[in-house]
Design a protein around this ligand. Structure first.
Ligand code: ADP
Length: 259
């Protein structure tokens, strides 16, 4: 009888602890889901006011631009840059929230990446010129690849944006597209500040920034590379970085040629 009572007692104890841990898990999962939903909702809601602000600044510029004093001109440019920065951040947050919930579909299509790269790089001409950075591309005549066009564009934008952001005035940024037998690759090489060895893996984590103050000055939130990694992994590719402090960094993305 004593043994039976003891076994029964143990069973009740195990059952109680299991049901308690189950109960504890449900609120954690629930609050995580709520947090994801909150992030998605907030990012979504922020998009509209930001695009209204963007349009309003354009209207002010168009209607009164000629009467601006140099000071007002500078203020308007700063406002535009900040709104753009916030829009980018919101876009990144929204995408991360969607990627967590698994609601992002990748549309794999065949396309020639070379003309696209030329076009995407052009979007950075103005900012490179402003910093007197030489921005050059090294690509084959044509290269048909399979991938999600919009996401690969986003990946290239993130790498170029960082390369220009972390390269001092009068530096250079080079983009290479190469084709090997088993894979094709995109490399973005800069002559910038470089990344310390012990930070090289962590820069792909969400919200991770090297030297927080420096990055914040550059308008960084630490989201770009985590999105880049997510895009690359969804294509079964790899992303690597090589870097020498004060000489520059090279980010290389490799995609398999096979389906
Ligand atoms: P963000 O979204 O703010 O641009 P990222 O996730 O793209 O941030 O980058 C994370 C960190 O990695 C940045 O804080 C920056 O310090 C570092 N980093 C990224 N790219 C480069 C680069 N080309 N040269 C030097 N540091 C870089």
């Amino acid at each position: 009888v004593l043994i039976c009572i003891l076994v029964l007692f143990c069973m009740i104890a195990v059952w109680l602890s299991l049901s308690m841990s189950k109960k504890a898990m449900i609120p954690i999962q629930h609050s995580y889901r709520q947090q994801q939903q909150f992030l998605a909702d907030v990012s979504h809601e922020l998009r509209t006011p930001l695009s209204i602000m963007n349009t309003s600044i354009d209207v002010i510029e168009m209607e009164n631009g000629n009467d601006f004093t140099p000071m007002t001109k500078e203020v308007v440019i700063d406002m535009k840059e900040e709104v753009e920065r916030m829009s980018r951040m919101v876009q990144h947050l929204l995408l991360l929230a969607r990627s967590d919930s698994g609601s992002v579909q990748f549309e794999m299509v065949l396309f020639d990446v070379v003309p696209r790269i030329r076009q995407w790089v052009q979007a950075f001409d103005a900012i490179a010129k402003q910093k007197e950075i030489v921005l050059d591309i090294h690509v084959p005549n044509a290269l048909v690849v399979k991938g999600d066009l919009e996401r690969i564009k986003q990946l290239v934008y993130i790498l170029l944006d960082n390369a220009i952001k972390y390269t001092p005035v009068k530096g250079r940024v080079d983009l290479f597209v190469t084709q090997q037998s088993k894979y094709w690759s995109i490399s973005v090489q800069d002559s910038g500040v470089g990344i310390p060895v012990d930070e090289r893996q962590r820069i792909f984590d969400r919200f991770y920034r090297v030297e927080k103050h420096r990055s914040r000055e550059e308008g960084s939130a630490g989201l770009g590379l985590s999105i880049a990694k997510w895009i690359v992994e969804a294509h079964q590719g790899t992303i690597e970085v090589e870097s020498v402090i004060n000489q520059g960094s090279t980010f290389t993305v490799k995609f398999s040629n096979e389906d």
